[in-house]
Write a protein that binds this ligand. Structure first.
Ligand SMILES: O=P(O)(O)OC[C@H]1O[C@](O)(COP(=O)(O)O)[C@@H](O)[C@@H]1O
Ligand SMILES: [Mg+2]
Ligand SMILES: [Mg+2]
Length: 291
């Protein structure tokens, strides 16, 4: 169960207001930074110039908020001490950054934790993502509720103050290459592809927003070549799992809620399954029957 936010309302307000202000600036920075840099991030992936620039912008802005003591990002090896506050912000500055080149949707993810990092879902205070789509939106989960806001002008203009998954699933999307899927995951996909529509665009926040909008499941599963999949627990798995669970859905690493996964290493990866609880139940049962 995430942490009690009552002592941190002012910090959370400041963090999400700052992210809303930053969103148009990050979006405006993308056109000139579509090229690969000559660096790799701590997960060993080639960094784009846009990743590095967004990381700098967000570190400077969120790091300057009273109450924020630590800034951490998937782009930096270690957490950075930015003040004396109790709150840590863990950020994926650009999620789906490989989508810059084809001008496809992508986003920014933040998780706000109480205390030091690494932290599990039990110390999560709130989380949110910005989606650089046709509309610039920010979706935030706080105190078990989810709102979606238009942040096109840097202000929080709430368009839905009670975001909930539809009861009926419609779409599914999954990462990893088919030959690299485990037998259990392959069996799950073979079954659901008979019933639902494929929606996969290569940026977690955009693919998850399809599931939030239409119902269904998004997976970046454990692979034969990578037993913990690709996505990072601290910066992607936990924040997005909290949003989905707060919107009435469920999350799983294949056997348990992602919010219950122990954070051993700062950049640890985690298999990610997010969506309607009936889909998650079906996924876990299929994996258990095969793997
Ligand atoms: O290119 P693949 O293997 O389909 O992976 C896509 C996944 O990788 C990611 O782009 C990883 O995130 P980053 O872009 O922040 O590294 C996710 O957004 C997305 O779900
Ligand atoms: Mg990402
Ligand atoms: Mg990223």
């Amino acid at each position: 169960m995430p942490a009690d936010t009552s002592d941190y309302e002012a910090e959370l307000d400041a963090i999400f207001e700052t992210l809303a202000e930053l969103a148009p600036e990050i979006r405006a920075s993308l056109p000139g930074r579509r090229v690969k840099s000559d660096e790799v991030n701590p997960s060993g992936e080639t960094r784009l110039e846009a990743d590095a620039y967004a990381d700098e912008l967000i570190e400077e802005a969120l790091g300057g908020i009273d109450g924020v003591g630590t800034y951490a990002s998937e782009e930096q090896a270690e957490p950075i001490d930015v003040g004396s506050g109790e709150v840590s912000v863990a950020c994926d500055p650009l999620d789906g950054s490989s989508n810059i080149k084809p001008n496809s949707p992508m986003g920014t993810i933040i998780a706000v934790y109480e205390g030091d990092l690494p932290a599990g879902g039990d110390r999560l205070l709130a989380s949110g993502f910005v989606l650089f789509g046709p509309i610039l939106t920010m979706t935030v989960a706080r105190d078990g509720e989810v709102y979606e806001a238009n942040v096109g002008d840097g202000e929080i203009d709430v368009i839905d103050d009670d975001v909930t998954l539809p009861d009926e699933p419609t779409v599914y999307g999954m990462g990893g290459r088919v030959p690299d899927w485990t037998p259990g995951f392959s069996a799950f996909i073979r079954a659901i592809e008979q019933e639902y529509k494929l929606r996969y665009g290569g940026a977690m926040v955009a693919d998850v927003n399809q599931v939030i909008t239409y119902g269904g499941i998004f997976s970046y599963p454990a692979l034969k070549s990578a037993e913990n999949g690709k996505l990072r627990l601290q910066f992607e798995g936990i924040p997005i799992a909290y949003i989905i669970e707060s919107a009435g859905g469920a999350s799983s690493d294949g056997t348990q809620s992602i919010l219950d996964v122990d954070p051993e290493k700062f950049h640890q990866r985690v298999p990610v399954h997010l969506g309607n609880d009936e889909m998650i139940d079906r996924l876990e049962a299929t994996l258990a029957a095969h793997d």
